[in-house]
Design a protein around this ligand. Structure first.
Ligand SMILES: [Zn+2]
Length: 178
């Protein structure tokens, strides 16, 4: 049987200047609100440190959510916000329009909403202003309305494959990559 090893908590780790050769044992980012890097006694509240911590948070979120890595992490997070918002808006309309309760659709809708909250939180933690996050969300909803309008006019909006198709196509948009 494998022994359970305690994962070492992340620490500040700055070198102490008392000549002891030890490093600071405060939790990482202690007193800075970032939860990472050096503590507030060791420069954690400087602007440079905060920017670095936010960039790290964005990079981590990009990895967690499998977002494109070839673009700026903050942009990738904002893209995921509008993409997810669009998908949620699409699913919400779909659920409203379907007469029978569709469990698969509801499950998808719920999991997308959970994802949305997480991605928004990751974006805020990465230092992206709430105003920009809200704007990205708004864009996603608009895109979903356009897609839905077209599919409805063609009479295919309620096809079972459509929700997954919409997600796929939203993912394919590169969000104005330069
Ligand atoms: Zn420290």
């Amino acid at each position: 049987m494998k022994k359970k090893r305690k994962r070492p908590a992340k620490l500040c780790g700055a070198n102490l200047v008392d000549g002891s050769g030890r490093t600071c044992g405060q939790p990482a980012g202690w007193g800075t609100g970032t939860g990472r890097g050096v503590c507030r006694k060791h420069g954690g509240n400087t602007r440079a440190h905060k920017v670095k911590a936010q960039r790290e948070a964005a990079k981590e979120a990009v990895a967690v959510y499998g977002l494109p890595i070839e673009i700026d992490p903050a942009d990738a997070l904002l893209q995921e916000v509008w993409r997810t918002a669009g998908h949620i808006a699409f699913l919400a309309a779909e659920i409203q329009n379907t007469e029978r309760a569709n469990l698969a659709l509801l499950r998808l809708y719920q999991s997308e909403r959970v994802h949305m909250v997480r991605v928004c939180m990751a974006a805020i933690r990465a230092g992206i202003e709430e105003r920009r996050v809200a704007l990205a969300e708004h864009h996603g909803v608009m895109i979903a309305q356009v897609i839905r309008g077209i599919l409805e006019e063609k009479g295919i909006a309620d096809d079972a494959d459509v929700p997954a198709m919409v997600r796929r196509h939203l993912t394919a948009i590169d969000g104005g990559k330069k």
